[in-house]
Ligand binder design. Structure first.
Ligand code: FAD
Length: 513
């Protein structure tokens, strides 16, 4: 490529310098480089009608995490003689305006499989190609290219983890290039550029929350966290899911790298390579699906199925989703969402979701099962929406995939296996420290009643300053009868969709298409 011509590097996810093929392509041979991020008001600005602080699409914790990631990216770009150009508005309109203004020859951005980005990118790409601008959109958010995997599988996504890993093989290695500088920024013209906004700039000055997420956004933080995890080689080698304590919150039992992967502050290929490096020095290590490496493969598995399945994010017209007559019970949904079900284990997890935007995988299992096929029989799409808003790692493919799983709508069909909302947490945390932290109203409840406070005699409730039904809710359902009823309804729904019943491998599913 000749030395003339300007490039635009359009950041959306992929908020990093390391292993960033789009950035590499944008800077290669460019006379000027415009590193761009568009603040979409719908995603970032307050929506006063929402049930918790945040925009119409994201909770405040995730918006904060994103802003921190942008500040970190801006700093890294400044260290390379550049900076992040922040613009505000509808992303397609803003980008097209900039492309017109800056006499751009090349537009680069990371390929994204989410339906929202597919639609947005088609719009922008069509304009760019019509204007004679070259477009590069490499795959680097996932280990593999989902399109290639689907092609290799005969045009359909592999529907089991085993078949996925067999087809996938080894992912490409991360880029090893390190930038010492980037091309300078060209003339900005009339485009309205700003610095990364603060949370106050966005209008959240008055937002109140009891506790904010302890996880700070950004590539620097991601690489630091990853290095910390990899230092403990024995831990990496022994990592085994679903073992691990879901109630550990002072030092979580897993890496908590999901929010960094979500925004691409961390490259999954770099993470994968780092784990392989540890394995080379620790020949005795766990294997997929339970190993740490195996977790990254789960991520790619869900990305591939999500990309290749029309209407993946809903029950209707989704070929891999069981049709179940879920209830739309707003009262039960609200109790669950607000951590007011009267089951302290479930409520503490939901409070952690509000306050931190992150919970352990098994904790997510418990609340998702409780809302859907375990106790409340509320539609998984409603629970998915709450997670999508509040998780800092909320990820379209992974979130929908796991809700399909936990509600026994797809992938997993043993609906008789239900998480007990009282005894499951007790196994890990008999004293209820996790509950006491996230539900301080129960902090003085004696150990023997902490998971079932309604069973404490009134004198004990009085002594603990927590009267059930007044200071903390009574249980919204009786678990034994509610779960029995759920199982009965699941059994009926499964019997009705008999043609899909007993689907245990993808060959069966393929035959049904
Ligand atoms: P680790 O155990 O350290 O794993 C490392 C990485 O592997 C994770 O960061 C993640 O990228 C990937 N991973 C781990 N478990 C899974 C899994 N089951 N499926 C796909 N990828 C996985 N994860 C999200 O990243 N975003 C979501 O929106 C999301 N929604 C979920 C909803 C439900 C109902 C459930 C049950 C799980 C959901 N998960 C989601 C999956 C999982 O709980 C989180 O990825 C994990 O808890 C994140 O913590 P970690 O980074 O410490 O994970």
């Amino acid at each position: 490529l000749s030395g003339s011509g300007s490039s635009v590097m359009w950041f959306r996810k992929g908020l990093r310098i390391h292993d960033n093929p789009a950035l590499q392509l944008a800077s290669q041979g460019a006379s000027h480089l415009y590193p761009l991020f568009v603040v979409d008001p719908h995603y970032m600005e307050p929506d006063p009608t929402s049930f918790s602080p945040g925009s119409s699409r994201a909770g405040l914790n995730r918006i904060k995490f994103l802003l921190e990631s942008l500040v970190d990216l801006d700093l890294s770009l400044k260290n390379l003689g550049s900076r992040l150009l922040v613009l505000k508005g509808d992303p397609a309109e803003v980008l097209i305006r900039c492309l017109k203004e800056w006499n751009v020859r090349k537009l680069c951005f990371e390929y994204d499989t989410e339906p929202y980005y597919q639609a947005l990118d088609t719009k922008v790409k069509n304009f760019a190609l019509g204007a004679g601008i070259e477009v590069f959109s490499p795959v680097s958010h996932t280990l593999f290219n989902p399109t290639e995997i689907i092609e290799r599988n005969g045009g359909k996504p592999p529907l089991t983890y085993q078949s996925f890993t067999k087809i996938a093989g080894q992912p490409p290695p991360p880029l090893t290039i390190t930038h010492s500088s980037l091309p300078p920024i060209g003339i900005l013209g009339s485009c309205d550029i700003s610095e990364v906004p603060t949370i106050e700039d966005l209008g959240y000055g008055d937002a109140k929350q009891d506790e904010f997420s302890p996880f700070k956004g950004g590539e620097s933080e991601a690489l630091k966290r990853l290095a910390e995890c990899m230092k403990d080689k024995a831990w990496v080698a022994k990592f085994e899911k679903p073992k691990g304590n879901p109630s550990a919150f002072l030092k979580p039992a897993t890496t908590v790298l999901s929010p960094y992967l979500k925004f691409g502050c961390l490259s999954s290929r770099y993470f994968y390579r780092q784990i392989q490096d540890v394995y080379e020095t620790m020949p005795k290590h766990t294997s997929p699906p339970v190993s740490l490496l195996g977790q990254l493969l789960w991520r790619d598995f869900f990305y591939t199925v999500a990309f290749g399945t029309p209407n993946f994010d809903r029950m209707k017209d989704n070929k891999i989703c069981k049709q179940i007559p879920w209830k739309d019970d707003d009262k039960l949904l609200e109790a669950w969402r607000n951590g007011r079900t009267g089951f302290p284990w479930i409520d503490a997890i939901m409070v952690q979701l509000h306050q931190w935007g992150w919970m352990h995988h098994l904790a997510r299992h418990c609340v998702a099962c409780f809302l859907t096929r375990g106790d409340l029989f509320v539609h998984w799409e409603r629970g998915r929406d709450v997670f999508e808003r509040l998780l800092i790692d909320a990820d379209w493919a992974i979130n929908n995939g796991n809700w399909l799983w936990l509600s026994c709508s797809s992938f997993f069909y043993q609906y008789n296996r239900i998480y007990s909302p009282t005894s499951f947490g007790k196994k890990y945390d008999p004293n209820g420290d996790y509950i006491r932290h996230f539900l301080p109203v129960l902090k003085d409840m004696p150990r023997q009643y902490i998971y079932e406070p309604w069973s404490a005699p009134l004198s004990i409730q009085t002594k603990a300053n927590c009267i059930i039904g007044k200071d903390y809710p009574k249980p919204v359902v009786l678990h034994d009868s509610a779960s029995k009823e759920c199982k009965r309804k699941m059994g009926e729904a499964y019997a009705l969709s008999k043609e899909l019943d007993g689907v245990v491998n993808e060959d069966d599913l393929k035959n049904l298409r």
